[in-house]
Design a binder for this molecule. Structure first.
Ligand code: PMP
Length: 362
């Protein structure tokens, strides 16, 4: 009789300590108001829905791995060349390719503590030495920390997540100029909600890569579509790795939706405006309830209440059918990140918070 040897894991040793990203929860036990993953509260435009439907008729065919139509559409809208754009499977793929391409143990990745948690995951996965620069006590970034660095990958989410705070294009330019041997990756996942894009610097600085996503401002989180914008040489480097890993990472439906959305940009700009207005009203209401907030330029607010722990607020909101995001961790434990939904969603949020803070009485 054979003897079974139970192994704990078949994983090769270099991945043994990988810490995966923990996405915001998507519970199915009941219907929630979802303010925990920064999705758009508005649906894709009619033209995008039509393009998605039409794309279904040719799903027996592989997508164009070079994503030529989408590249041309995006390049046209940004005043750049198709060779300056690389479409990807969500902007997370731009981040993965960049960590893979430009950082290692002798070429560190420099980024803030606190910022998007996926950067740490990628450092772990690709064996990258991570150098964290602490944010100031008010969560602002001291950009001088990123100037004069010798080599490696500088990653800055602008606006930052989960703090929502933005830096200026002049500050990004200073970093590109003063750390010319580093690749500077600016993650603009939330830029359309009130910050200033640095895309205009791409022609001037060959060390700059901008990553963008269709997940937030373009209402396509479910399609998984993002893109890198950079000097043609950087795009070729990232593209080589994309073709080495998954040449068809952007599917046919996402490509069709992406092209159609570019043509409907006014619809999406208006949605971003609505979200920013709702953010303003929500901020005021939260302040009236005693919350402290950062100056968010995104589709979420970052807030804390001096009287009630964030973990308790998030749990009570959940019980009331509203999901928000609470990140445990030294700097974030007191804070909640709350996505901006429709005005009705946000009214439900502030009414429920008022009840919680009043001990159950409205
Ligand atoms: N960057 C930041 C700062 C984010 O918060 C997110 C969303 N989680 C992403 C990038 C990735 O977005 P996606 O892959 O959906 O484009």
């Amino acid at each position: 009789m054979g003897v079974y040897v139970y192994m704990n894991s078949f994983l090769i040793s270099k991945y043994k300590d990988v810490e995966p990203y923990v996405p915001g929860e998507q519970p199915r036990d009941k219907k929630y108001i979802k303010l925990n993953t920064n999705e758009s509260p508005y649906p894709p435009s009619e033209a995008v829905l039509k393009a998605v439907e039409d794309s279904g008729r040719s799903l027996q065919l592989y997508p164009d791995p070079a994503c030529r139509d989408l590249r041309a559409a995006l390049a046209g809208s940004l005043g750049l060349e198709p060779g300056n754009i690389l479409p990807t499977n969500g902007s997370d793929e731009v981040l993965s390719l960049s960590f893979m391409a430009y950082a290692h143990d002798e070429k560190p990745a420099y980024y803030a503590n606190v910022t998007y948690g996926f950067y740490d995951v990628l450092s772990g996965l690709f064996n990258v030495k991570a150098k964290h620069f602490a944010l100031e006590s008010d969560f602002t970034i001291d950009i001088n920390r990123y100037c004069g660095l010798d080599r490696g990958l500088i990653v800055i989410a602008n606006p930052n997540a989960p703090t929502g705070i933005a830096i200026g294009v002049d500050e990004i330019e200073k970093i590109c100029k003063e750390s010319p041997r580093c690749v500077v990756l600016i993650d603009e996942a939330y830029v359309e909600f009130g910050a200033e894009s640095c895309v205009g610097l791409v022609k001037k600085y060959p060390n700059l890569i901008v990553s963008r996503t269709y997940s937030k401002s373009m209402s396509l989180a479910g399609a998984r579509l993002g893109y890198a914008i950079a000097n043609e040489e950087r795009i070729r480097e990232l593209e080589t790795l994309k073709y080495a890993l998954n040449p068809y990472s952007v599917n046919r439906t996402a490509l069709a939706a992406g092209v159609a959305a570019v043509k409907d940009i006014e619809y999406y700009r208006n949605n971003c405006k609505l979200v920013a207005e709702t953010r303003g009203r929500t901020t005021e209401k939260l302040k009236e309830l005693g919350f402290e907030l950062t100056d968010s330029k995104t589709n979420f607010v970052f807030c804390r209440h001096p009287g009630v722990p964030a973990s308790e607020l998030s749990e009570k909101l959940r019980e009331a059918g509203i999901l928000v995001r609470h990140f445990t961790g030294e700097r974030t434990n007191d804070w909640l990140r709350i996505s901006i939904g429709t005005p009705e969603n946000m009214l439900a949020l502030t009414d429920t918070l008022k009840e919680i803070l009043n001990g159950g009485k409205s």
